[in-house]
Design a binder for this molecule. Sequence first.
Ligand SMILES: [Zn+2]
Ligand SMILES: [Zn+2]
Length: 354
Amino acid sequence: MARRDLYAALGVTRGSSADEIKKAYRSLARRYHPDRNDGNEEAAERFRDIAEAYETLSNPELRARYDRLGPLYRPDGRPPSPDEVSDWVSDTIGSVFRKRRPEQGEDLRYTLSIDLEAVATGGERTIEVRRQKVCTTCRGSGADPNGGEQTCTHCGGSGKVGGRRLLRNKCPHCSGTGKIVVRKCPTCAGAGRAEVVETLKVRIPKGVATGQKLKLRGKGNDPRSPGETGDLYVIISVNEHALFKRRGTDLYCVVPITYGQATLGADLTVPTIDGKTTIRVPPGTESGKVLRLAGRGLPTMKGGRSGDMHLELHVEIPQTVSPKQRQAIESLDKLLGNETHPLRSEFIENMGKR
Ligand SMILES: [Zn+2]
Ligand SMILES: [Zn+2]
């Protein structure tokens, strides 16, 4: 981690040329070289700093990145970790307080099943979610609030070990908190967090579809140490509907009708997503004919034009008939004769010509 000024380490400025940097490095490296400073710890450390600084400033690419990132620059090119950012921030503001690594609480998922009708209307649902929240007794420390916590003797409460600021590491005894738990919190048994069941309201947008995620910011788990609470993702699952199939914003419905209705025409009551309506089936309707009700499908999420309802008329052929019904149908067939079935008549005629 490079948090000091690399230019200052070599005694040059941001405007210095590559040549000037090289010259400065050579002269300093000679002066502080371990071979010429037998056992001198300070010189050795200085030499390391010089070498590190030169490694970055002699490489145009690394130098440009250092110029851009300043104290957050890392020689390996990785983005700075939250720990480094927070170290840098607190160093910058000169904080002497112990700091904890900012952490992110876990995100949570909740699958919410809704009916197709709710897709049409939108609305609100109440859900119950199990979340980890910071224990209110110990405020997350995990220690009994009555003297359950002591200052870490290893690091003196700073949470850091190691001599120079550059080389300091998180204290392994207190994990960088500066405190040691000597008696656990009676409420959370030292976990620092406790599970709560929370009732939350979820707003369902019109037009939502299965698989879509609704994000409830900050409704996930609290982190184990100070930081940001995770988010809750509510994943929508739209239930199968007994009557309607959905394709985008369009709805499809198969409407069975009788032979008599198809032949003579009829006024039919059909379902819509928000109730019922009456449609006119014209006389002589073939099975498979689709009637479209414009704008009676589902709304879009963006509030544009709604989809359509497609009603597919399906002439239902009886699968079993009583002897009396059989008689009636046979006599009806005779009565209708060939002239009421022009397609069948033509078919028979064409077959006869062969
Ligand atoms: Zn410690
Ligand atoms: Zn607690």
